[in-house]
Design a protein around this ligand. Structure first.
Ligand code: FMN
Length: 203
């Protein structure tokens, strides 16, 4: 079955109006990458709202298997430096100039983010759920963050590269915890064309 990408048009008086707004928000959400961010402070109450929305995600047996760590301020710079160091050998075959460019790109990459959020899965030690259920719950929480961001015109994306996973882990994980990477949050220019949709979804 083919699905149309455009949310169906409903009048405000229509009882499904609210659903339509939700559909628009879901379908307009796009991953926005940190090199597209422009500097901007995330107000504290908004950050709090976003994180609280994360915790409203469905989760089996109410294990709430997540922990989030907010990185901002000097940690953006520290993460850039960490990435450059992490990838140092990866670029060792490039010319010194190209190598410098690549590493400088990495160093600067996170600097315009409003913040980054470390995503940690916390396995419940008393209720033995399959790991996939806990990952599914954390992913739902991450999607709540992404949708909250897009509703506020804040860009976000989830980075699950080894470097992101390792950076979060560096800050300490309990035995029942696992790093699932980093979410980048940041403002983006009004003119950014974010709505190119992927191929037509089919069921
Ligand atoms: C579990 C997960 C991991 C992801 N990891 C990365 C990543 O490491 N690097 C990256 O650039 N994008 C990552 N993404 C973002 C995807 O590339 C993006 O969602 C996909 O291209 C679809 O685009 P959209 O989010 O705009 O719909 C990840 C997304 C998910 C759901």
């Amino acid at each position: 079955m083919k699905i149309k990408n455009n949310p169906s048009k409903t009048k405000p008086s229509d009882s499904s109006y609210k659903l339509n707004k939700i559909s628009k928000n879901i379908r307009n959400r796009r991953s926005i990458y940190a090199n597209q961010f422009v500097k901007g402070e995330l107000p504290e109450p908004l950050l709090e709202e976003i994180l609280i929305n994360a915790t409203w995600a469905p989760n089996h047996k109410m294990t709430e298997p997540w922990r989030f760590v907010v990185f901002r301020g000097k940690y953006l710079k520290k993460y850039g430096e960490y990435m450059a160091h992490y990838y140092k050998d990866f670029y060792s075959e490039l010319s010194p100039e190209d190598q410098r460019d690549k590493l400088s790109y990495l160093e600067n990459y996170p600097l315009n983010a409003a913040c980054m959020i470390g995503v940690i899965m916390v396995r419940n030690t008393k209720i033995a759920l399959p790991e996939w259920e806990e990952i599914a719950a954390v992913s739902s929480a991450v999607q709540n963050i992404a949708l909250s961001c897009s509703a506020h015109k804040i860009g976000s994306y989830w980075s699950t590269k080894g470097v992101a996973i390792d950076y979060v882990a560096k800050f300490g994980l309990a035995e029942n915890e696992k790093s699932l990477g980093l979410l980048y949050l940041g403002y983006y220019p009004e003119a950014l064309k974010t709505l190119q949709k992927k191929e037509n979804p089919t069921i």
